[in-house]
Design a protein around this ligand. Structure first.
Ligand code: NDP
Length: 279
């Protein structure tokens, strides 16, 4: 049997934890193969995609800055990825490349596994309206929450996203960060998808902690630091259940691994490998 050749495409790529995490998954699943970092600059992207076919990579992950641009070089795009407008996973089926997006699926799986959250019927607030927010909101809507509100520094972007995602069953409404005080009072789950609070600016808050309702679930996509200031203060000052971004990274990888190999990997060794490389 051929070696299962996998990789991750990005620029820069040196610091990616994906190779480490997927190699652990390959080993735990007893699959002979490798997962390599692939440094691809934007001008090389089209050739790199041809290279995936030529070298018979079974699959690749895609990271910054290629998640949107790469879509035009693929043979097929999964419906979810098309709606999100970005691809982070490509499966090579005998030379036919299909793009998926596992970020949102991974995020929701992690949130459900790691907290006691009941998303069905929940009122959810999402901070931020960028690429990560798109994936996360797409997957959250499949859980049938009661409503989703989006708060963003740039009001326009929140309103646009809300318009795009709102359905007859689930209202999605966009606000500016300035509206936080009035709109956060009734939420059950608050999710930070902005980069505010990420190292080295880990002292910053995406929202004033005092505005967060007591006892709700607060989640952050950031995993450097593992516990952001938002999570720490929500836990200590507001009695909230908190959830960090490491699980999202691990589960987006686990879902991608399953698409690549057909095998659902053991997530604990994957998480442990990433954790040990962070400390
Ligand atoms: P984008 O650049 O697409 O979006 C950034 C968002 O953050 C925008 O809504 C932007 O608002 C807001 N923002 C940025 N800086 C500020 C600021 N100083 N004050 C207020 N708002 C700000 O980034 P992504 O969506 O791709 O990524 C966002 C975060 O999610 C990153 O921290 C990233 O590390 C994390 N992430 C984590 C993953 C994981 O596996 N755990 C996976 C993917 C992302 P505006 O519209 O006004 O510019």
């Amino acid at each position: 049997r051929d070696l299962v050749l996998l990789g991750v495409l990005g620029d820069p790529i040196k610091h990616s934890k994906s190779p480490l995490m997927h190699k652990v998954a390959l080993q735990a699943a007893g699959i002979e193969g490798d997962f390599v970092p692939l440094h691809v600059t934007p001008d090389q992207l089209e050739d790199a995609v041809k290279g995936i076919r030529a070298l018979r990579f079974r699959g690749v992950n895609v990271t910054i800055p290629h998640k949107v641009e790469i879509m035009k070089y693929l043979d097929e795009i999964d419906e979810g990825a098309r709606l999100i407008g970005a691809v982070n996973t490509i499966v090579n089926d005998n030379g036919r490349l299909k793009g998926y997006n596992t970020d949102g699926i991974g995020y929701v799986r992690s949130l459900k596994e790691e907290t006691s959250v009941e998303l069905k019927g929940a009122k959810i607030a999402v901070l931020g309206a960028g690429g990560a927010a798109r994936g996360v909101i797409h997957s959250l809507l499949e859980e049938q929450p009661e409503s989703v509100i989006i708060l963003n520094r740039t009001r326009d972007k929140a309103e646009q996203l809300a318009l795009e995602w709102t359905t007859e069953a689930i209202p999605v409404t966009g606000y500016s960060n300035e509206d936080a005080k009035s709109v956060l009072t009734a939420v059950d789950v608050l999710i930070n998808t902005t980069s505010v609070g990420m190292s080295p600016l880990s002292d910053e808050l995406p929202v004033e902690t005092g505005l967060i309702p007591e006892g709700i679930i607060v989640s952050d996509l950031i995993y450097n630091p593992l516990e952001t200031r938002l999570l720490r203060e929500s836990r200590e000052q507001r009695g909230c259940t908190v959830h960090g971004g490491l699980g999202m990274f691990v589960y987006q990888g686990a879902v991608a691994f399953e698409y690549f190999t057909g095998v659902a990997p053991a997530v604990d060794p994957m998480r442990a490998a990433v954790l040990s490389s962070l400390s």
